[in-house]
Design a protein around this ligand. Structure first.
Ligand code: MN
Length: 338
């Protein structure tokens, strides 16, 4: 297993390899891997005492399937206050683990999100939203994930959907008991989430009982990662060889070409499976925007700052979050180095 440091650098990695490995995504693709992607603490701008732990993107790996952003917010006693801000080119997948979040957006959606339910916002060409705790100073814990939209969808209209109930799938264990998984996005073991997706992928929460050993089926055409949420998990390959034990908020990246892995837990735990068809397009990501080029980002920032109608108002009268200044260098698309 390779372990990456918090900055995402691969020890001993040669930057000149980046282009070659990006090209190598054609068949056969990546191959089985076991790379530990460690999270880093990221303070959220303008908000005192709030930070998230971010495990994707990594400097060496911008995406897993079309998943391009993985943040864990909490658990912490706080008042979540995220005022209106814009997005382009992505879907936000909000999956609360504790606490209730009120979502409002420029399509006039107004939804209180509870654990077990999914909010899925498709930014397309442009959307703005706000997210606030329903109650002040309560235990808040949530995943916020982004899915990059493919090039033919990212210029389309924005959309919002909320799914109060999601399908579950029972996975086999070595001792004959059953492990419960919730299919949040895409498909797992032939069970599909009702959420709208634009690329072949999976996002699923898997609840592991103490002492369990679960067989997790994977699509060998897809790359996957196992994000640890709580408790303990050890991932092993189909032969029983250990691949790694991600600590909370770390992702064990598995590459592609695997039919299954085994998830063992001593004390019990929860993990979130991320996977999908590897992306062939490189992304330019900055602030809340996902594009393909420096110019995409500059134009989205200008439209937000000018209030020119690309991003409609979010009802509620909260102040808009201003865009930070652009960096002094050109934004370059992120390439895969794993
Ligand atoms: Mn947002």
């Amino acid at each position: 297993m390779t372990r990456l440091d918090a900055s995402g650098d691969v020890p001993g990695f040669t930057p000149g390899d980046a282009d070659a490995s990006a090209v190598a995504l054609d068949e056969p693709r990546i191959g089985p891997r076991s790379v530990m992607l460690e999270p880093r603490e990221v303070p959220l701008g303008g908000l005192r005492s709030m930070s998230v732990r971010r495990s994707l993107p990594q400097r060496s790996l911008p995406t897993i399937g079309h998943w391009c952003f993985v943040d864990r917010f909490g658990p912490q006693v706080t008042t979540m206050t995220v005022d209106p801000h814009p997005h382009i080119g992505l879907q936000t997948v909000t999956w609360p683990l504790s606490g209730e979040i009120r979502h409002r957006d420029s399509l006039e959606s107004d939804v209180v999100l509870k654990p077990g339910a999914l909010n899925l916002m498709t930014a397309g060409h442009g959307i703005a939203h706000s997210e606030h705790s329903v109650r002040p100073q309560t235990v808040m814990d949530a995943l916020q994930l982004w899915v990059a939209l493919p090039d033919d969808v990212r210029h389309g209209p924005p959309a919002f959907e909320s799914h109060p109930a999601l399908p579950s799938v029972e996975l086999a264990t070595v001792d004959g008991s059953r492990t419960h998984a919730t299919v949040v996005m895409g498909t797992l073991a032939g069970v599909a989430s009702p959420a709208t997706t634009h690329s072949p992928l999976v996002g699923a929460q898997i609840d592991l009982a103490a002492g369990s050993s679960t067989v997790l089926p994977l699509d060998p055409r897809w790359e996957h990662g196992v994000l640890a949420l709580d408790g303990d998990v050890t991932v092993a390959d189909a032969h029983g060889d250990q691949l790694g034990s991600p600590a909370r908020d770390a992702i064990l990246y598995l590459g592609d070409g695997r039919d299954e892995v085994r998830l063992d837990s001593e004390r019990g735990g929860r993990v979130f499976l991320l996977g999908g068809e590897p992306m062939r397009e490189s992304l330019a990501m900055w602030w809340n925007f996902v594009g393909r080029s420096h110019e995409d980002i500059v134009e989205a920032r200008r439209a937000w700052e000018d209030g020119d109608g690309r991003f409609a108002e979010v009802p509620g009268g909260r102040p808009r979050i201003p865009a930070p200044p652009l960096p002094h260098v050109r934004l370059t698309p992120r390439t895969r180095r794993l």
